[in-house]
Design a protein around this ligand. Sequence first.
Ligand code: AMP
Ligand code: SF4
Length: 469
Amino acid sequence: MAYEVHDACGVFGVWGVPDAALMAYWGIFSLQHRGQESAGIATWVPGTGGAGRIEVHKGMGLVSEVLSPEQEAARPGSVAIGHVRYSTQGSSSLANAQPLVMDSRYGQLALAHNGNLVNAAALRAELARAGAVFQGDSDSELLAHLVARSGHAGLEDALKAALARLEGGFAFVVLSDAGLFGARDPAGLRPLVLGQLPDGQWVLASESCALDIGGARLVREVEPGELVRIGPQGLDSDRFAPPVPAAACSFEYIYFARADSRLGDRSAYVYRRELGRMLAREAPAEADVVVGVPDSSLPQAMGYAQELGLDYDLGLVKNRYIARTFIAPSQSERESGVQLKVSAVPEVVAGKRVVLVDDSLVRGTTSRFIVQLLRQAGAREVHMRIASPPYRHPCHYGIDTSRDQELLAARLPLEAVREAVGADSLAYLSLEGLTTVLGGAGFCTACFGGRYPVPVPGRSGVPAAGVVH
Ligand code: AMP
Ligand code: SF4
């Protein structure tokens, strides 16, 4: 099966504030965990006599490397959108950095998106046949071309028609002289929330943590299949697709969202602590101390320890100034990256039976290294506990994982995974345990169970054969 470009990203949009670009800067700064490859901000610069134009600043790297608050504070315009991008190697280029700016019959548009379309290849071929010329390989460009080619008189109808043709996981923010638009895929796979500033202006963001910094309060999620339009009239809501069963990404709860972001009625942190508690009930270990892989797995480790009345301690410390290792292009780079990222504290683990809790195990690079690290620091036993189910199927909706053959649990039975990571015992949270903590149905768990809520061309939806657990 062809491997598609995956964009796990963060988006932000604000309308009607004097320092829109600066607010977008702090917004995407707070979403940095969602993407470290490129960053950008587009603003609508008003012109004389009502005319205006879009101005974009973007580049490869972290928000603080590409943009500066001083420069953004000096930009005119009261509307802005921002984007951080995180993609697989191969698709990494400035042409894919967002926001993307395009001229259309509706005037200039700037688009930023998070997610992955499962019908991107089909749409791209169709548009290319019709004469579309692509600058990069991002899904935003597909939407822009669909909008540009729509026969509708107004931008809002053109957007609705174009969005209705998209299949997969997506959250878009679109900037135009007709206002700021936000849209979320019909299953709600990718997140998008609406916030409001104390003076009533609306803000759109991938996660609520990006609202807090500008003083906005979380109002609600953009509904799956909803198109919101924010402008001088306030906020209008419309649907571009009929309702389908909800399938919010469970991996946002497990790992992706920042711990202080609100997901539904609770913060991601609280869900993660509960995942740890559930894991402890399902797979207790006889141990002296519980240690989490910093930083993303500390709430799970704490919950695990609390549930069993075990000691929780910081047996691993993290070097804060290292970029993520997960998307490094080669296995050796990933391994040396993990080595630079964490080290063990011998006083905490020496001579002890250690439970090592991680939020997920994908390729196993992190676990293998950390188990070894704990042993070198004197741990007597290392019991690995994963606070999510075995990750066996690639995500096609916008979370960058890896190909089928790289997913350790897809290739190997449990005992062989344990051996590969070198732990004394290994257990995962069950799929039932995960859905119980999340509160029942309405979530995508395709990467664990293989049931893709939105059909993926070329994938049967049947879990990998021959794996016994
Ligand atoms: P691995 O080392 O390949 O088994 O990956 C698992 C580790 O990477 C866990 O410690 C997670 O915290 C982290 N992780 C899991 N999924 C992702 C992702 N999509 N992007 C970045 N990091 C991830
Ligand atoms: Fe999220 Fe996994 Fe579904 Fe992708 S497949 S949207 S990572 S739950």
